[in-house]
Each structure stands twice: as C-alpha cells, then as structure tokens.
Design a protein around this ligand. Structure first.
Ligand SMILES: Nc1ncnc2c1ncn2[C@@H]1O[C@H](COP(=O)(O)OP(=O)(O)OP(=O)(O)O)[C@@H](O)[C@H]1O
Length: 251
C-alpha cells in the first residue's frame, strides 16, 4: 500500500473574510508527483503554501481544519524552520540569492551549522548533481548565480532546496518563466527526483501534468472537485467541471 505523506482534513482558508479554500479533504501519496491544477484564482497556491505554513506570513490569512504531515498536525510543530527544511518550496520565478553559485547551494547548509569546507564542498556537489546542473557549473562555482540562464537558475534553486535534504518539494509553477528546452530539463529532473522525494507541483499546463504527474488534484472555486491518478482522471473524469477543464472549455 502507498504511504501517505500529507492528510488534509476539512481545510478552509481565508484572507480576511474572503474564503478561498472550502472543506478540502485529501491524502497525498509519498514519493510520487502530485499536480495541483485548476483555473486562475481557484486556490492552488494558497493550498500549496498551507502545506509548509508559508501563508502565516500573510497577516490577513486564517485557516481552519487540519493538515497532518506523516501523522503530525503541522500546527503543533514548534520548530517551523526545521519543518520548512523538510517540506521545502521552489517558487515560480527563479530566485537565486545575490551570491556565488556555490554559496547559493551552501546557504542552507551553513544555516544548519555545517562549517567544514570538505563537507560543504561534497554536499554542494551532490545537490548540483541531483539537480542535473553540476556539469554545467562545476568550472564556475565562484561566479555570481545571477549570470546563469533562467532554466539554470531554476535548477540552482532546486539544488539549493535539495542540499538541505528535504522530504517534500513543493513547486509553484516552476517552469512558467522558462522556454521549452529548459522546461523539459526541469520535467526530467522532477521525474528522477520523485524516486526519492515527494513532489507537489502547481501547474497551469495540462500537458505538463500529463507528462510528469502520477496524481492530479483539481480545484475549482476553492473546492477540491476531484483527486485521482492522472491516467484515470484524464480518461474518466468523474465530474462535468473536470471534464470541461480537461478539454479546455474552462481554464
Ligand atoms: N495574500 C493574499 N491576500 C489576499 N487575498 C489573496 C492573497 N493571496 C491570494 N489571495 C486571493 O485568494 C484567491 C486564491 O488565490 P491563489 O493565488 O491561491 O489562486 P491560484 O489558483 O494559485 O491562482 P493563479 O493560478 O492565478 O496563480 C484569489 O482570489 C486571490 O486573489
């Protein structure tokens, strides 16, 4: 049987009095790729940010219901930074820090207290290899990260996330700013990462979800309308609204 990494129970989310998620109940499977889909404004990003408590930075945000990460109610977690190390986020726009390629990847490791140069060096190399970027940057690790292409910057951000050895990688439309070649590289990377990590990705691209995801969560107007294996959902959507979305009639 598949292991469940997140169990979401009756999740409602609000910005001030505006309800943006309504009674979401879902279980997310470990070491698979889950795509979060739905029309603009349906609550995809809000849902993703609930999973690692990032919404807490929005003063108007409130939620009810519960989210369990491997059985633990995440609201009871005291060390939120440690939790966000395990459940890490990669954003839509590549956001390398204004420092060298090496220091970007080493950043989280140094925060974790790793100072030994050899350990930092091999951990940075490992993360860059996992992010399929090592061969492209191994001779310019001291160069500023902002000199990399957009696609390379996004893989650097993934390497930075991987360096701190997370269990779950949340990605919010990670390829929307990239060209098709860079997108294909990231998609291949995510497929290989899902052997070791749980990958949860917000995407607007149906073809991307079809190419890489094992499961789809389909949201509409703040409600989780349908959840299931990608191949099944695409062939046999259970709801008319899902069918309309899948066939491009809404979106
Ligand atoms: N920080 C915020 N403060 C107030 N309202 C917000 C905030 N963030 C999002 N919203 C509102 O919550 C609703 C859901 O937004 P969210 O970004 O989660 O949707 P989405 O499905 O990810 O949209 P998109 O596909 O356009 O990125 C929208 O009506 C949006 O305007």
């Amino acid at each position: 049987m598949s292991n469940i990494v997140f169990e979401v129970k009756d999740l409602c989310a609000y910005y001030d009095d505006h309800r943006v998620l309504s009674n979401v109940n879902v279980k997310i499977v470990e070491k698979k790729i889950t795509a979060i889909m739905g029309p603009s404004g349906c609550g995809k990003t809000t849902f993703l940010r609930c999973l690692n408590r990032l919404n807490e930075f929005s003063p108007s945000f409130k939620m009810t219901g519960k989210i369990f990460f491997k059985g633990q109610d995440i609201q009871t977690i005291k060390n939120v930074n440690e939790y966000r190390r395990k459940v890490t986020m990669v954003f839509q726009k590549p956001n390398p820090f204004p420092m060298s390629i090496f220091d970007n990847v080493a950043y989280g490791l140094r925060l974790m207290g790793i100072k030994d140069k050899h350990e930092l060096a091999w951990r940075v190399q490992m993360a860059l290899e996992k992010a399929a970027l090592w061969d492209e940057v191994k001779d310019k690790l001291k160069k500023p990260a902002v000199q990399l292409s957009g696609g390379q910057q996004q893989r650097l951000c993934i390497a930075r996330a991987l360096a701190i050895e997370p269990e779950v990688i949340l990605l919010d439309e990670p390829t929307s700013a990239l060209d098709p070649v860079a997108t294909a590289k990231i998609e291949r990377l995510l497929e290989s990462l899902s052997e070791q990590y749980t990958v949860i990705i917000v995407t607007h691209s149906m073809s991307q979800a079809l190419r890489i995801s094992d499961y789809i969560l389909f949201f509409y107007q703040g409600r989780l309308i349908e959840y299931g294996e990608t191949s099944e959902m695409v062939k046999f959507p259970q709801h008319e609204i899902t069918r309309q979305f899948l066939t491009g009639k809404i979106g």
